[in-house]
Ligand binder design. Structure first.
Ligand code: HEC
Ligand code: HEC
Length: 298
């Protein structure tokens, strides 16, 4: 009887300790989510010529639409009972969108990961966009400000649930905390003519964000989102060592790898990459093929 009582007391104490731990982690996450930061964005004169608008449209279609919706009017792109609801807001000039944004606001959000109210953007891949050259980031802002069709649509309520908050508190997210990882003083990379497709591919792999999911050296990485499969090794040390360019484009077109695996577009956004111009896909592939073969980091 006595032992039973002690077991009961121990279990209860453990549960209380656990509950307290969870409580403090959730509080910690709420602090991270609700904090405000002050950023003075590195300035850029936003262009308005037609070439910039073409460049901007290309990037917005491939890089933003996947999360913010095909019409950019906002999209609930994750609705998970544990993690919570993640809503990518309306970024058009329409009602409910960002007509009020100044150039400074655009630069702060895209390059520094901070909203005009000083809230860190947790999910926006701003760390990748911060590496964009002036023509690319300028083109994106120009296109969204002046040309992308306005959509009138209010944003939906969203937010992290307890499990999502636990992950945040434990620092499991990484590019989501872009604001901490970005060098806020770094100048905007100047426009450069890439000498070879490989150079172009290296640049594309960083700004598109292959590295943020597949790891800095592209040798593979366990993603933050616990629902996502691991992002495999993309160096010739992995499956790609045996892929031809046709295998690569077939994968980007269908989401089925040479080895016959079907990937989920929510975790590996191949549909968006299918909208890239052919020469950019060639450049990315050439770059991957040129990498030092590495063992998988998984
Ligand atoms: C991986 C999904 C994802 C991608 C890709 C993405 N965004 Fe976002 N974006 C979000 C989410 C989610 C938010 C809401 C804030 C947060 O939690 O990060 C957001 C917020 C924003 C905001 C801030 C709006 C505000 O409340 O002030 C802007 C501006 C923005 N995105 C623009 C863009 C542009 C432009 C692109 C493409 C170049 C892009 N986003 C690509 C997910 C994404
Ligand atoms: C949001 C994270 C994310 C981004 C960004 C991303 N990937 Fe992936 N990728 C994944 C995940 C996760 C898988 C594995 C999917 C699965 O197993 O179902 C994957 C699988 C792949 C595969 C299949 C490899 C194999 O051995 O089966 C290739 C090729 C690939 N990605 C290339 C790229 C390239 C190139 C880029 C940049 C242009 C890129 N990925 C950007 C997450 C990402």
């Amino acid at each position: 009887m006595k032992t039973l009582k002690w077991i009961g007391i121990s279990v209860l104490s453990l549960l209380i300790i656990l509950a307290a731990l969870v409580f403090f982690q959730v509080k910690k996450a709420e602090k991270i989510i609700n904090r405000t930061v002050k950023i003075d964005p590195v300035p850029l004169t936003i262009p308005n010529d037609s070439l910039s608008l073409v460049i901007g449209k290309k990037w917005v279609t491939t890089l933003c639409a996947d999360c913010h919706g095909d019409d950019l009017g906002g999209k609930m792109f994750i609705d998970d009972p544990g993690l919570g609801k993640l809503y990518a807001p309306n970024i058009t000039r329409g009602e409910g969108g960002l007509a009020y944004y100044t150039d400074k606001d655009w630069l702060a959000a895209l390059r520094h990961g901070v909203s005009p109210t000083g809230k860190p953007l947790l999910i926006m891949p701003s760390k990748s966009f911060a590496q964009m050259r002036a023509e690319d980031i300028g083109g994106i802002i120009a296109y969204l400000k002046t040309t992308a069709p306005p959509v009138d649509k209010p944003n939906e309520e969203a937010g992290f649930k307890a499990f999502g908050k636990l992950l945040i508190a434990m620092g499991a997210f990484d590019h989501e905390f872009g604001v901490n990882l970005i060098d806020h003083e770094a100048p905007i990379p100047a426009n450069t003519i890439d000498q070879t497709p490989k150079d172009r591919g290296k640049y594309l792999a960083s700004v598109i964000g292959c590295e943020s999911c597949h790891g800095k050296n592209l040798a593979g990485k366990i993603p933050t989102d616990p629902n996502s499969p691991p992002a495999p090794n993309l160096t010739p040390g992995g499956n790609l060592g045996a892929w031809s360019y046709d295998d690569f484009t077939a994968f980007i077109a269908t989401g089925v790898t040479k080895e016959g695996k079907t990937v989920d577009n929510n975790f590996m956004p191949f549909k968006a990459y299918g909208k890239l111009p052919e020469e950019e896909l060639v450049a990315v592939f050439d770059y991957l093929k040129s990498l030092e073969p590495m063992e998988s980091a998984l």
